[in-house]
Design a protein around this ligand. Structure first.
Ligand SMILES: [Zn+2]
Ligand SMILES: [Zn+2]
Length: 110
Protein backbone atom coordinates (compact mmCIF):
# COMPACT_ATOMS: atom_id res chain seq x y z
CA UNK A 1 0.00 0.00 0.00
CA UNK A 2 1.29 3.44 -0.90
CA UNK A 3 0.51 6.88 0.37
CA UNK A 4 0.53 10.20 -1.43
CA UNK A 5 3.77 12.16 -0.90
CA UNK A 6 1.76 15.38 -1.14
CA UNK A 7 -1.17 14.90 1.17
CA UNK A 8 -0.64 11.47 2.69
CA UNK A 9 -3.84 10.14 1.12
CA UNK A 10 -4.18 6.59 -0.03
CA UNK A 11 -2.76 5.90 -3.48
CA UNK A 12 -4.99 3.65 -5.56
CA UNK A 13 -4.17 1.88 -8.83
CA UNK A 14 -5.58 3.65 -11.85
CA UNK A 15 -5.04 3.63 -15.60
CA UNK A 16 -4.07 6.89 -17.29
CA UNK A 17 -3.45 6.91 -21.04
CA UNK A 18 -3.23 3.14 -20.98
CA UNK A 19 -0.49 3.18 -18.36
CA UNK A 20 -0.89 1.75 -14.92
CA UNK A 21 -0.33 4.45 -12.33
CA UNK A 22 -1.09 5.11 -8.73
CA UNK A 23 -3.48 7.93 -8.11
CA UNK A 24 -4.14 9.73 -4.85
CA UNK A 25 -7.70 9.29 -3.75
CA UNK A 26 -7.70 12.68 -2.01
CA UNK A 27 -5.81 15.19 -4.17
CA UNK A 28 -5.48 13.36 -7.47
CA UNK A 29 -1.68 13.22 -7.46
CA UNK A 30 -0.50 10.67 -10.03
CA UNK A 31 2.59 8.56 -9.61
CA UNK A 32 3.99 6.21 -12.25
CA UNK A 33 3.49 2.71 -11.03
CA UNK A 34 6.80 0.90 -10.98
CA UNK A 35 5.12 -1.94 -9.24
CA UNK A 36 6.82 -5.11 -10.47
CA UNK A 37 3.96 -7.14 -9.07
CA UNK A 38 2.37 -7.94 -12.40
CA UNK A 39 5.52 -9.09 -14.09
CA UNK A 40 6.48 -11.19 -11.14
CA UNK A 41 3.10 -12.79 -10.91
CA UNK A 42 3.21 -13.68 -14.60
CA UNK A 43 6.60 -15.31 -14.21
CA UNK A 44 5.37 -17.19 -11.19
CA UNK A 45 2.43 -18.49 -13.14
CA UNK A 46 4.61 -19.70 -15.96
CA UNK A 47 6.91 -21.46 -13.55
CA UNK A 48 4.12 -23.10 -11.66
CA UNK A 49 2.32 -24.18 -14.79
CA UNK A 50 5.06 -24.66 -17.36
CA UNK A 51 2.73 -26.66 -19.53
CA UNK A 52 0.39 -23.74 -19.99
CA UNK A 53 3.11 -22.22 -22.05
CA UNK A 54 3.27 -25.27 -24.26
CA UNK A 55 -0.43 -25.22 -24.94
CA UNK A 56 -0.19 -21.79 -26.52
CA UNK A 57 2.58 -22.92 -28.84
CA UNK A 58 1.41 -23.01 -32.38
CA UNK A 59 0.97 -26.74 -32.51
CA UNK A 60 -1.38 -28.00 -35.12
CA UNK A 61 -2.66 -31.01 -33.21
CA UNK A 62 -4.58 -32.34 -36.17
CA UNK A 63 -1.28 -33.34 -37.76
CA UNK A 64 -0.06 -35.14 -34.65
CA UNK A 65 -0.30 -38.90 -34.18
CA UNK A 66 -2.91 -40.08 -31.71
CA UNK A 67 -1.90 -42.67 -29.16
CA UNK A 68 -3.74 -44.42 -26.32
CA UNK A 69 -3.34 -42.27 -23.24
CA UNK A 70 -5.39 -42.02 -20.10
CA UNK A 71 -6.30 -38.41 -19.36
CA UNK A 72 -6.59 -37.82 -15.64
CA UNK A 73 -8.46 -34.62 -16.25
CA UNK A 74 -11.46 -35.80 -18.25
CA UNK A 75 -11.07 -39.57 -18.41
CA UNK A 76 -10.50 -39.60 -22.14
CA UNK A 77 -8.25 -42.41 -23.40
CA UNK A 78 -6.61 -40.80 -26.41
CA UNK A 79 -4.00 -38.12 -26.73
CA UNK A 80 -1.97 -36.46 -29.43
CA UNK A 81 1.71 -37.06 -28.96
CA UNK A 82 4.11 -34.23 -29.55
CA UNK A 83 7.87 -34.43 -29.30
CA UNK A 84 10.19 -31.55 -28.59
CA UNK A 85 13.90 -31.86 -29.02
CA UNK A 86 14.99 -29.77 -26.08
CA UNK A 87 18.76 -29.66 -26.39
CA UNK A 88 21.50 -31.14 -28.48
CA UNK A 89 20.73 -34.24 -30.48
CA UNK A 90 22.15 -36.61 -27.89
CA UNK A 91 19.42 -35.63 -25.43
CA UNK A 92 16.23 -37.62 -25.65
CA UNK A 93 13.24 -35.68 -26.92
CA UNK A 94 10.70 -34.54 -24.40
CA UNK A 95 7.33 -35.99 -25.19
CA UNK A 96 4.07 -34.24 -24.57
CA UNK A 97 0.67 -35.80 -24.59
CA UNK A 98 -2.23 -33.53 -25.42
CA UNK A 99 -5.64 -34.93 -24.55
CA UNK A 100 -7.75 -35.07 -27.70
CA UNK A 101 -10.80 -34.06 -25.72
CA UNK A 102 -9.91 -31.44 -23.12
CA UNK A 103 -6.50 -30.51 -24.57
CA UNK A 104 -4.79 -30.88 -21.26
CA UNK A 105 -1.07 -31.26 -21.78
CA UNK A 106 0.99 -33.91 -20.02
CA UNK A 107 4.71 -33.96 -20.06
CA UNK A 108 6.64 -37.17 -20.10
CA UNK A 109 10.03 -36.91 -18.49
CA UNK A 110 12.64 -39.03 -20.13
ZN1 LIG B 1 -2.72 13.40 -2.36
ZN1 LIG C 1 -8.74 -34.87 -21.16
Amino acid sequence: MEFCPKCGGLMLPAVVDGRKVLKCRSCGYVKESNNPGNAYRLEEKVQRHPLDKITVLDVNVSTLPVVPFKCENCGNDKAYVYEVQTRAGDEPATRFYICTKCRKVYREYA
